[in-house]
Ligand binder design. Structure first.
Ligand code: SF4
Ligand code: SF4
Length: 101
């Protein structure tokens, strides 16, 4: 006898993960290096913000510049170093340091 084909509605639900749970995961604990931001050097070009795979560059609205960098969210920064690599070399407002636990 051939297997009965089930419709999508008849299939049992597989493993479901509730949406939005990543916010509860503080992946910054994985970090072995941390980016250090120098606000005096920063020209707020936002290259680091657009490059960060973890959306860990914090920004805020600014009357004159539109949007400015305000720091790094170490709860989510995994220390990949992309921001420091992408910050314009002549500016060098981000540098990587060994994480102190
Ligand atoms: S890339 Fe560098 S200069 Fe540009 S906003 Fe980020 S820290 Fe500032
Ligand atoms: S080190 Fe990586 S994860 Fe952390 S702020 Fe920079 S780009 Fe984002």
């Amino acid at each position: 006898m051939a297997d009965k084909k089930l419709s999508a509605a008849e299939l049992e639900a597989g493993g479901l993960v509730e949406a939005g749970t990543a916010a509860e995961f503080h992946t910054g604990s994985w970090r072995s290096q941390r980016p250090v931001w120098n606000k005096d050097k920063c020209i707020h070009c936002l290259t680091c913000w657009i490059s960060c795979p973890d959306s860990a560059i914090k920004t805020a609205p600014d009357e004159k510049k539109g949007t400015v960098v305000t720091g790094i969210d170490y709860n989510y920064c995994k220390g990949c170093g992309i921001c420091a690599r992408e910050c314009p070399p002549k500016i060098a407002a981000l540098s990587m340091e060994v994480e102190r636990k």
